[in-house]
Design a protein around this ligand. Sequence first.
Ligand SMILES: [Zn+2]
Length: 162
Amino acid sequence: MRVLDILIPFAQTGRIGAVRIGAQLKDVIVELGPPWAEGSSVGAGGVPYLYAYGCLEVATCHARCQMIESIVVQTDWVTMEWPSRESGRAERFPGGPTYSEVLRALSEAGCSWGVYEPLTLGDQCAIRVPASGAIFVFTTEDVEEPVLCNVSVADHRPHSCG
Ligand SMILES: [Zn+2]
């Protein structure tokens, strides 16, 4: 497994298996087992709204429904940890792909992208993939070439659970 084997399908579809915007956390747990970590903040339902499987982070509605509102893949780990097919076990591979590696992989996959101005500032730059709305944020601080920090999709449209 390479990090781009995860990121390119994520950029094309906005989902990682059962982990997709609008799904329920319980559906993810069926596929991946219980989250490996959870945030300390809790929402209106008294349960956390941030969950992680290694570098895969899931944020749910802050009210009570546990619907998934955002998905983040943290790529700035030297060694990434990722849920393997064997529930509860981590797969490990190098993180930190560079700007040119990401753009080459997107191009090879026929996946179009554009500069994402709102997050291109200071020590970072960003691109957005229209197919999924995925946003890739790169750090430009103290590096020869920008290095990918994270890739995310989010949808915070109001819904009726709360
Ligand atoms: Zn909700």
